[in-house]
Ligand binder design. Structure first.
Ligand code: FAD
Length: 305
């Protein structure tokens, strides 16, 4: 019976598309690690790779430099994250135009978090875009970009209710978003219910699950509590006692992520966005399990053409 599982079909890799998220490096050592990761993941031919934009636009230069390097030194298609934080509309538009001039055709459009970090009260810039939906509209006014937006299977922490969240997601879709990428989650039922509710709310764009391999459970648990993602008791139990045992922690993390992704494949999910944390191993292994194999790397810079 088991060999008929969807995730065990020999052609499963042809039916799945992946994208990878990186953050811009802060120093030479981190830069070297990022490029090792990019080099290792590039042959998996992701649909795109995205580069985050730090709180308050704090990484603007580094995001641009990383995107540029991806365009010129790899065959990957980069997507630049953009936020509305601490910037007037004309400033955001100018950054978008700079990316477009570089050859960027994909963006991840976000309201963003305050410069003080996740959890601080958000104050829109008086002349700025107020939220993700307004930013999507502005991007579409500048060019015919592929635009990803955020979605929150467990509700955005500032949102009073799911209805408000769906209203915002629908506005982003109506303004031209191509797809939504979810905040990470560990309970696939929550994701499935969220997608069903979104469809009922008239939102028809793909809602791609964002997968976070748990490289460091303590860090993930701290971050989760701030961004409203639930860490189920069973997950905490699996990592319990492994704080000082990195080898076992990595093996458990790999098993947990594989279990989650394979279950989503069984539920019919075909697109995955991986929060790589600029590390390749876990993501590479999970991709391998869902049939995504290395291909010869094309000539550098062909994605920009
Ligand atoms: P929006 O889509 O504008 O709003 C999301 C929800 O929050 C809305 O549904 C609404 O209900 C609620 N909301 C928004 N504004 C308010 C308000 N003023 N009062 C009450 N409720 C409100 N952050 C970064 O800084 N840089 C990144 O590169 C980055 N990348 C991300 C990538 C993904 C895939 C995801 C899921 C998140 C990312 N974030 C990033 C985090 C994101 O910026 C935060 O979650 C932020 O708090 C909301 O941004 P948004 O675009 O989701 O907001």
């Amino acid at each position: 019976m088991n060999q008929f599982r969807f995730s065990r079909r020999p052609d499963i890799g042809d039916k799945i598309r992946v994208s990878f998220e990186f953050f811009p490096p802060k120093n030479d050592e981190m830069e070297a690690r990022l490029w090792d990761t990019v080099t290792r993941l590039e042959p998996l031919r992701p649909k795109f790779v995205s580069v985050t934009y730090g709180a308050g636009g704090s990484t603007r230069e580094r995001t641009a430099r990383t995107v540029k390097r991806i365009l010129t030194e790899t065959a990957l298609t980069p997507a630049a994250h953009m936020t509305c934080v601490n910037a007037a509309r004309h400033e955001v538009d100018a950054v978008v135009q700079e990316f477009a001039d570089m050859g960027v055709k994909r963006f991840v459009a976000l309201r963003g978090d305050p410069a003080e970090g996740v959890g601080a009260a958000y104050q829109p810039h008086p002349d700025g875009y107020a939220n993700g939906a307004e930013l999507v509209g502005a991007l579409k006014g500048i060019g015919d970009f592929d635009i990803s937006v955020s979605a929150y299977p467990e509700k955005h922490p500032e949102s009073p209710d799911f209805a408000t969240d769906f209203d915002m997601l629908k506005r982003k879709a109506d303004n031209g978003a191509t797809r939504a990428i979810t905040q990470f989650f560990f309970d696939n039922d929550l994701y499935e219910r969220y997608v069903e509710k979104a469809r009922r709310a008239g939102i028809y764009i793909p809602i791609v699950p964002g997968i976070l391999p748990v490289h460091n459970f303590t860090q993930v648990a701290n971050f989760s509590s701030r961004c409203g993602a639930l860490v189920p008791a069973w997950l905490a139990e699996r990592f319990d006692g492994l704080q000082n045992d990195p080898q076992t922690h990595a093996l458990v993390a790999s098993a947990v992520a594989a279990e989650q992704v394979l279950d989503l494949v069984e539920r019919g999910v075909g697109d995955f966005h991986f929060y790589t944390m600029n590390r390749a191993d876990l993501v590479f292994a999970i991709c391998h399990m869902i049939g995504i194999r290395s291909h010869e790397v094309e000539a550098a810079g062909s994605a920009a053409a």
